[in-house]
Design a binder for this molecule. Structure first.
Ligand code: ASP
Length: 343
């Protein structure tokens, strides 16, 4: 953020002093809190959800906010069962509250990409779901969490955010869940969409959108959690120089429903990993090859002769989520590839 923009935002924050209404009967925005650095301090336990939002009185100028704490964990501990819980809670809240404008989810940044992409494919409502986190804890100098929550709520009440799928808002940037990557271990501008760019910006004066994500999401996605107790298990195996296929054998021995194989650029694989694909083909377990390189697609399917599927430009951790969801509908290889071509 430029110095000028930062000053303008601080000026906005300084004049807003209305207290946050306590648990109003009718809410414009629901904030679901889950933990992460945004709830963390260097000393002491994580901040509870209500306190996290109570510390931002400026929110009252933007929306009536209700807070619900779903969990309080570092996002490295978030599991597929938690994704299911979050999606169910969001869908239930949208169904029960027609007046709700949108939902903001506070979350650790380490696995925000995963949770955002899962929700992007399983929330069944066009109203905005906005994920926010922070790179600095609440007691660090210049914490980014409060401004990110405020901006997340601003985006959630913006009409143009409806129908954009799940969004990630940090550092005033708005990213689409499918395209966003965490790119920096420490800096506040960590979330980028290297290939496709941001979808918009939460600028100090207004929220603007530049583009729309074209792949299906939310109401256009075909995945239904209603009859699912647990997601199908999918392992990730990573190729490397001198790959030893016993790792694939170990993965197959766990009898997952699917495997993602992380490849070099362009879907290229070591001799060991090509051997691993033969093992997987013999076991009948579908394998999706996803590139470890952020930019560009895997062109065509270079491993089709080894019965592998291809993830185009999805990174391995997102390919795993799509494979999990696709396997709730089909185990047929051609049908699974159609899902990857579509999403
Ligand atoms: N450890 C944190 C997490 O929960 C990192 C963060 O939130 O930025 O993901």
């Amino acid at each position: 953020m430029s110095l000028l923009a930062r000053c303008a935002l601080l000026a906005t924050l300084a004049v807003a002093s209305a207290p946050l209404a306590a648990q109003p009967a009718r809410s414009d925005v629901l904030v679901l809190t889950t933990g992460g650095t945004i709830a963390s301090r260097a000393t002491g336990p994580m901040t509870d959800g209500a306190s996290l939002v109570r510390g931002i009185p400026e929110l009252a100028k933007v929306a009536t906010v209700r807070v619900e704490e779903l969990m309080r964990v570092p996002s490295s501990q978030v599991t597929p069962a938690d994704w299911l819980r979050m999606a169910r809670r969001i869908n239930a809240e949208f169904a029960a509250t027609p007046s709700l404008r949108g939902i903001v989810v506070t979350h650790g940044t380490d696995t925000m990409e995963e949770t955002a992409f899962f929700l992007n494919l399983t929330v069944r409502d066009p109203r905005p779901v906005v994920m926010v986190g922070s790179m600095r804890g609440g007691d660090e100098v210049s914490p980014d969490g409060p401004a990110n929550i405020l901006n997340g709520v601003r985006v959630a009440v913006t009409a143009a955010a409806k129908g954009q799928g799940v969004l990630v808002v940090l550092n005033e940037d708005i990213s689409a869940a499918r395209d966003v990557w965490k790119t920096d271990n420490r800096r506040v501008d960590t979330f980028q969409s290297p290939e496709r760019g941001y979808v918009g910006a939460a600028d100090p004066d207004t929220v603007v959108f530049f583009r729309r994500a074209l792949q299906p999401h939310t109401t256009a996605a075909e995945f239904d959690l209603a009859n699912i107790d647990a997601l199908p298990s999918v392992e990730i195996v990573t190729d490397y120089a001198g790959f030893d296929s016993t790792l694939m054998a170990a993965a197959i021995a766990r009898r997952p429903r699917g495997i993602v194989l992380t490849s070099f650029a362009g879907g290229r694989l070591s001799a060991g990993a090509r051997g691993a694909l033969r093992l997987a083909a013999a076991s009948g377990i579908p394998v999706v090859v996803a590139s470890r390189v952020p930019g560009g697609r895997i062109v065509g399917n270079p491993n089709a002769a080894l019965q592998a599927l291809v993830a185009s430009d999805l990174p391995p951790h997102k390919a795993r989520i799509l494979l999990m969801l696709a396997l709730t509908r089909t185990s047929d290889r051609a049908a699974l590839q159609t899902v990857f071509d579509r999403y």
